[in-house]
Design a protein around this ligand. Structure first.
Ligand code: ATP
Length: 370
């Protein structure tokens, strides 16, 4: 297991938890940084919800502790167990769990911290629920109800936000819409967020850090961008659809071709399908490892819109197929991964340390405002 020193030093949530649930045993130590989204990711039945319930105080561990900043929330050895309503947590589950007889406004203000009153309007607007305030929960769509539940959790001014698959059960458009809200919202609030999901695209859109859970154990933990470069985790992090991410700044919109121009940290530019965000906004570009081709020089007369100068950090056999290799690239302080056939790699005589052009076919975006 590899952890970054930085993520441990700034940890706001620290837990070591052991619990036997029937035949299933959970045994996890986890540090969550004081801001940003830490995704708990793993297959169905790996123990994500059980871990979240222990952190929330819904269940008690057989052994271990949960600490949030300087507060101890659970300490089995000291027989300490702070009840959930005194933990100062916001919890959002798969089902919205709204009070059915209260209108949306009443659901939002129930339990609202007095200091949160001034944030009410901003939050309602951030979540896009202004027009729903006088409606009863029974009349809301799944996505709308989920947004109200998130608003209600945030208005209690929690010190930690726990979200258990908040997008599960929503269909394509609604899911994407709520994901966009969540990405923006999580950049705007400065508390640690633990986000449970088993969807790699969702994780790539929202998470800064990743805790990979398998059979009740933590098998990897650290910044998501580092874990996405690890070949030993490829199968778990999307397999054939594995991707890496580049951070960029939105520089220009081209209305004629419906494109946006973005600038990477190292000054290189990319043209991408239009991103509806203001100029200057930071965006994350998710680039599939199969969507990157390499050339020794910038080709002419090609349909590729984007060619980025990069240097080769490493070339490794693909974990998935004997016919392909993974080329790990460096662009300034960012990294990108490409999957090529072994034959192409040999014919091009690619070597570590070499300078190449990364040709990018298509990108997906996750807009963020940080
Ligand atoms: N109260 C319980 N008694 C017995 N077994 C339990 C109990 N609670 C959970 N389990 C088992 O623990 C394992 C982990 O469950 P958990 O719900 O934490 O997984 P998960 O990773 O959240 O899965 P999913 O993605 O499907 O929600 C499962 O095998 C589950 O059947």
């Amino acid at each position: 297991m590899r952890e970054s020193a930085e993520s441990i030093a700034s940890a706001a949530l620290d837990c070591r938890l052991r619990k036997q649930l029937g035949d299933f045993s959970l045994d996890i130590s986890l540090s969550v940084p004081s801001s940003g989204v830490t995704a708990l990711f793993g297959q169905s039945g790996s123990g994500k919800t059980s871990l979240l319930r222990l952190i929330a105080g819904l269940d008690r561990p057989d052994e271990g502790h949960v600490r949030l900043g300087s507060r101890t929330l659970t300490d089995r050895a000291k027989r300490l167990h702070v009840p959930i309503h005194r933990r100062r947590l916001g919890v959002v589950f798969q089902e919205a769990r709204l009070f059915p007889h209260y209108r949306v406004r009443g659901n939002l203000t129930y339990g609202m911290a007095p200091s949160a009153r001034r944030r009410f309007d901003d939050l309602v607007s951030l979540l896009g629920i202004e027009s729903l305030l006088d409606r009863l929960p029974g009349t809301l769509s799944g996505g709308e109800a989920r947004r109200v539940a998130i608003g209600r959790a945030l208005l209690t001014e929690p010190e930690l936000l726990l979200m258990d698959e908040p997008l599960t059960g929503l269909d394509g458009d609604r899911k994407q819409e709520l994901l966009n809200y969540l990405v923006r919202m999580t950049r705007d609030i400065d508390i640690p967020i633990v986000y449970v999901s088993h969807d790699t695209a969702e994780i790539a859109a929202i998470a800064d850090h990743l805790a990979l859970v398998e059979k009740g154990r933590l098998i990897a933990h650290g910044p998501l961008d580092d874990l996405m470069m690890r070949l030993d985790l490829t199968d778990r992090l999307g397999g054939f659809d594995a991707a890496t991410r580049l951070l960029a700044r939105l520089d220009k919109h081209d209305d004629h071709y419906a494109l946006s121009h973005v600038v990477l940290n190292d000054g290189q530019r990319l043209k991408v399908p239009r991103i509806d965000r203001p100029l200057g906004a930071q965006v994350r570009l998710r680039i599939g490892v199969r969507d990157v081709a390499l050339a020794r020089e910038m080709p002419s007369g090609t349909s590729y819109r984007n060619g980025l100068r990069a240097s080769i950090d490493a070339i490794e056999p693909s974990p998935q197929s004997p016919s392909t290799v993974e080329v790990l690239l460096r662009l300034g302080d960012q990294r990108l991964r490409a999957r090529l056939t072994r034959e192409a790699c040999d014919e091009m005589q690619l070597r570590e340390g070499q300078s190449v052009i990364a040709l990018i076919r298509s990108v997906a975006f996750d807009a963020q405002s940080r």
